[in-house]
Design a protein around this ligand. Structure first.
Ligand SMILES: *[C@@H]1O[C@H](CO)[C@@H](O)[C@H](O)[C@H]1NC(C)=O
Ligand SMILES: *[C@@H]1O[C@H](CO)[C@@H](O)[C@H](O)[C@H]1NC(C)=O
Ligand SMILES: *[C@@H]1O[C@H](CO)[C@@H](O)[C@H](O)[C@H]1NC(C)=O
Ligand SMILES: *[C@@H]1O[C@H](CO)[C@@H](O)[C@H](O)[C@H]1NC(C)=O
Ligand SMILES: *[C@@H]1O[C@H](CO)[C@@H](O)[C@H](O)[C@H]1NC(C)=O
Ligand SMILES: *[C@@H]1O[C@H](CO)[C@@H](O)[C@H](O)[C@H]1NC(C)=O
Ligand SMILES: *[C@@H]1O[C@H](CO)[C@@H](O)[C@H](O)[C@H]1NC(C)=O
Ligand SMILES: *[C@@H]1O[C@H](CO)[C@@H](O)[C@H](O)[C@H]1NC(C)=O
Ligand SMILES: *[C@@H]1O[C@H](CO)[C@@H](O)[C@H](O)[C@H]1NC(C)=O
Ligand SMILES: *[C@@H]1O[C@H](CO)[C@@H](O)[C@H](O)[C@H]1NC(C)=O
Ligand SMILES: *[C@@H]1O[C@H](CO)[C@@H](O)[C@H](O)[C@H]1NC(C)=O
Ligand SMILES: *[C@@H]1O[C@H](CO)[C@@H](O)[C@H](O)[C@H]1NC(C)=O
Length: 722
């Protein structure tokens, strides 16, 4: 759908120049090279090899440890004779987190009358949780009677050379079983057998391994698949953008009954379809809340919206008669989450804005209406329209919060406004105005009830444990505060104060905690979710003067994850001291933690859709309060790509080039700073502060330190001289 316009832009560049700007064109021919290719983390093809063996982790009699890397002529041999104290073992490292099906080429094994030599495999995303049991296997999530492994995969190694493949299932009845697909970085192999595999394997003998491979199962995000990319003068931010894409790519895969979460998630309506899972290792079930971030990452990097659309359609098709939409297929579509139906609405609006799929919106319009009007609108309202949760449903963090919670209500505002936008697009003005006015009413009442004047931020809103009724616990959460800003429920001055409070109260070396104290539960003030941090970070980048604090927080959050094992991929959650928050069970490659991608593309590059399918757009780069000197990149749209390159010098001079699809139009925000004397140029001609500005683009508005120009599609240059 989205086409590259590289050649068109190159032509344009050779014709136009940024005149009127004192800044030299030292960055030059910016789109002429594909320098960004070097940041792409995807493997080059679907067959991957381990990068190394961990030399310090070899135990027992292992000859030629690197033979299994498949580069030499002789294989790796593991030998164990009765009486050997040390079990032969070896650890291979794939160099980064990967996902797929392992295969092992054996070049033979010792023969014996009492079974083949047994091998056991344990997988882990981190070295910390690499033990004699995998950090997670599907069996770990199975009911007791259904488990077919206890956390290791077993092989009975045949005597003749052959290739073994890690399929889900057992070699003999319910014996010698393997768990199938794994998301991992490290794999430990050792010669041993388990009692229950007798007589098929025995713990002694020798096996020869000549090669190990992984058949990559997820979306292969090679450079040619990118319809969007991002680069800036801070190489860390650039790298994390690509790492975020890789993390979501690892989660974009076919839904298969034998590879998904075994807790009653397999469903014929998704079988064989491409989806975006929550995690690569686990749970491997597509959750709609996760898509609030992961789908944006997907739209902004690859032209692959069907993975998201498949999930939104399937969950909508399972809407309950009272209007509630399941969060995922788990538990046969009955997992009780209170917030996820609202995320369904938001994600559907995002799909329409990014891909222009109004047919989808039309098909599921009644589903959306029923969610907002029947489920949230009728039996769950009280206090004049605010959501007052009284059931035991959980949410993205499985918190069974009750009462008038700020997060639920701020998300409600966000969902109502998103729905109003869809109603406008589809021509339902009555619904649109009803949802818009409900959003305003909820915003106003939320502020009245839940604003804490003592700290100038929102309370979480519910009672403390063991308190009842309408008591408000003295605790503040990241989710409600971030979303209140992002949904426009508060004005700029309140946004500034709540962001200041929140940043100062919850800062950790690994991000901002999701609560400011532990009144609700032990450890909450030390737990960081990159997922919900996204909304706070987007709030900072949307609030004048707060951008510097966003970059500072991003450096802690993404800096932490990218420098701790397994590196590169972003984690489901972070706990005390920056540890994986649920130990080995934690997914270390979670699409919902890839907010760095939309943060950079939507705010630093500044590209956002304002009309469905980017028929109209805004290019409003955030440039103040940070050290960035330039940013460039592309965003794919149904009409073609939007390309942006901006740079700024210390003195405040700014220049920008954009290329947008012909036939589209939008607005461009030009940072003028506080200086009244700035001269603005568009396409080499000075834009008059007053008078006949229309000749070079009419001035739409003047914001806080910005001038906003209306612009038609095509190639344009802008410059500011201060
Ligand atoms: C992919 O191929 C390119 C060029 O052949 C190489 O530079 C790069 O390192 C390869 N990437 C991986 C992950 O193997
Ligand atoms: C691998 O070696 C390191 C360093 O000696 C050690 O800390 C770690 O426990 C070993 N891991 C395994 C799985 O043997
Ligand atoms: C290790 O195993 C090989 C056979 O693979 C054998 O020749 C060698 O003697 C063994 N080494 C020790 C120290 O047991
Ligand atoms: C393996 O050993 C068994 C008995 O110990 C023998 O019958 C069989 O022929 C052997 N097979 C090979 C391939 O050496
Ligand atoms: C793993 O090793 C520990 C001791 O380090 C032992 O208690 C446990 O039984 C082992 N588990 C398996 C599955 O081998
Ligand atoms: C798993 O462990 C249980 C309890 O120790 C045992 O009964 C069962 O046989 C084991 N299953 C496998 C496949 O190892
Ligand atoms: C799961 O089943 C599919 C066929 O539906 C098969 O292609 C795939 O290899 C299986 N996965 C594993 C891990 O066994
Ligand atoms: C799932 O729920 C549906 C509808 O309630 C029911 O028809 C179906 O049998 C259930 N499936 C399983 C596997 O329990
Ligand atoms: C909403 O009301 C309907 C109809 O009275 C009822 O069936 C449903 O359980 C209620 N939903 C909730 C979440 O209370
Ligand atoms: C929320 O509902 C509970 C339970 O019905 C009720 O006690 C409480 O007064 C309600 N709170 C508000 C603010 O309406
Ligand atoms: C922001 O909203 C608050 C609360 O409604 C109000 O008191 C304040 O005057 C507003 N500030 C501005 C600048 O509009
Ligand atoms: C802490 O508050 C001050 C103002 O009181 C503000 O300037 C600063 O940005 C805040 N820090 C964070 C991390 O938000």
């Amino acid at each position: 759908m989205a086409l590259y316009l590289k050649s068109a832009l190159l032509t344009a560049l050779s014709v136009h120049g940024v005149s009127g700007a004192a800044v030299s064109r030292s960055q030059g021919n910016i789109f002429g090279d594909n320098g960004w290719h070097r940041y792409v983390r995807s493997p080059n093809n679907t067959i991957l090899k381990p990068q190394s063996t961990l030399a310090g982790n070899v135990t027992g009699n292992v000859t030629n440890p690197n033979g299994l890397l498949g580069q030499g002529s002789s294989p790796t041999v593991l030998t164990r004779t009765e009486g050997d104290v040390d079990i032969p073992s070896i650890v291979v490292d794939f160099g980064q987190n990967v996902v797929g099906i392992v295969s092992i080429d054996f070049s033979g094994s010792s023969n014996s009358s009492v079974g083949f030599p047994g091998l056991k495999l344990a997988f882990s995303e981190t070295q910390q949780y690499l033990t004699n049991v995998s950090d997670f296997t599907r069996s770990d999530n199975m009911a007791a009677g259904q488990k077919f492994t206890n956390g290791t995969d077993q092989i009975a190694v045949s005597n003749e050379p052959y290739t073994w493949k890690d399929q889900t299932g057992c070699q003999h009845g319910n014996q010698v079983c393997s768990d199938g697909l794994h998301g991992f970085r490290y794999m430990k192999i050792w010669l041993d057998s388990i009692e229950s595999d007798v007589p098929y394997t025995q713990p002694y003998g020798s096996v020869s391994i000549s090669n190990i491979e992984l058949e990559w199962s997820a979306y292969l995000g090679t450079p040619d698949t990118f319809t969007g990319w991002f680069e800036c003068s801070d190489e860390d931010l650039t790298r994390w953008w690509f790492d975020g894409v890789y993390t979501t790519d690892m989660n974009t895969d076919l839904f298969l009954a034998n590879e998904t979460d075994p807790r009653d998630s397999a469903t014929p309506t998704l079988q064989g379809k491409e989806v975006v899972f929550d995690g690569a290792k686990r749970d491997r079930d597509p959750y709609v809340g996760d898509l609030a971030v992961a789908a944006l990452t997907s739209y902004l990097s690859h032209d692959n919206p069907e993975a998201t659309r498949n999930i939104l359609a399937d969950l909508a098709n399972h809407q309950r008669s009272d209007g509630w939409i399941p969060p995922a297929s788990i538990n046969n579509y009955t997992l009780d989450l209170f917030d996820y139906p609202m995320w369904w609405v938001v994600c559907t609006a995002d799909l329409v804005m990014y891909t222009g799929d109004t047919d989808f919106a039309a098909e599921y319009y009644e589903v959306m209406k029923k969610t907002l009007d029947t489920y949230y609108g009728q039996n769950l309202t009280s206090n004049g329209g605010l959501l007052n949760k009284t059931n035991g449903y959980g949410d993205y963090a499985f918190l069974p919060r009750s009462g008038v919670i700020t997060y639920y209500n701020a998300l409600y505002v966000h969902a109502l406004k998103s729905a109003a936008q869809i109603a406008d697009i589809l021509g339902h003005p009555t619904d649109s105005s009803s949802w818009s006015s409900r959003a305003s009413e909820v915003s106003e009442k939320l502020l009245t009830r839940n604003w804490d004047t003592a700290v100038s931020a929102f309370f979480d809103g519910g009672p403390c444990p063991n308190q009842a009724g309408d008591t408000i616990c003295n605790v503040h959460a990241q989710d409600g505060n971030g979303l209140a800003v992002l949904s426009g429920a508060v004005n700029t001055s309140l946004a500034t104060s709540l962001l200041n409070y929140y940043g100062n109260a919850t800062s950790k070396p690994y991000g901002n905690a999701f609560y400011d104290n532990d009144l609700l539960s032990e450890g909450f003030s030390e737990r960081v979710y990159a997922f919900i941090s996204y909304f706070e970070l987007a709030a900072r980048l949307s609030t004048p003067g707060a951008a510097g604090s966003a970059i500072e927080e991003i450096k802690r959050l993404y800096g932490w994850m990218s420098t701790h094992d397994p590196e590169i991929t972003f984690w489901e959650g972070i706990g005390p001291d920056g540890s994986p928050y649920e130990q080995g069970f934690t997914s270390m490659a979670h699409g919902w933690s890839t907010g760095i991608v939309p943060l950079m593309s939507n705010y630093i590059l500044g590209v956002q859709p304002t009309g469905y399918g980017f028929k109209t757009w805004q290019i409003c780069p955030v440039t103040d309060g940070m050290d960035l000197t330039w940013a460039k990149g592309e965003v794919g749209t149904p009409q073609g790509s939007i390309q942006v390159y901006w740079s700024q010098s210390e003195g405040g001079n700014f220049k920008m080039q954009i290329e947008t699809p012909k036939g589209s139009s939008g607005v461009v925000c030009i940072p003028t700073g506080s200086s009244k004397g700035s001269r603005i140029f568009m396409d080499g001609k000075q834009v008059k502060q007053t008078g006949n500005a229309a000749t070079v683009g009419p001035i739409a508005t003047t914001g806080d330190g910005y001038r906003v120009l209306k612009v038609d599609g095509g190639y344009h240059t802008f410059a500011v001289e201060r």
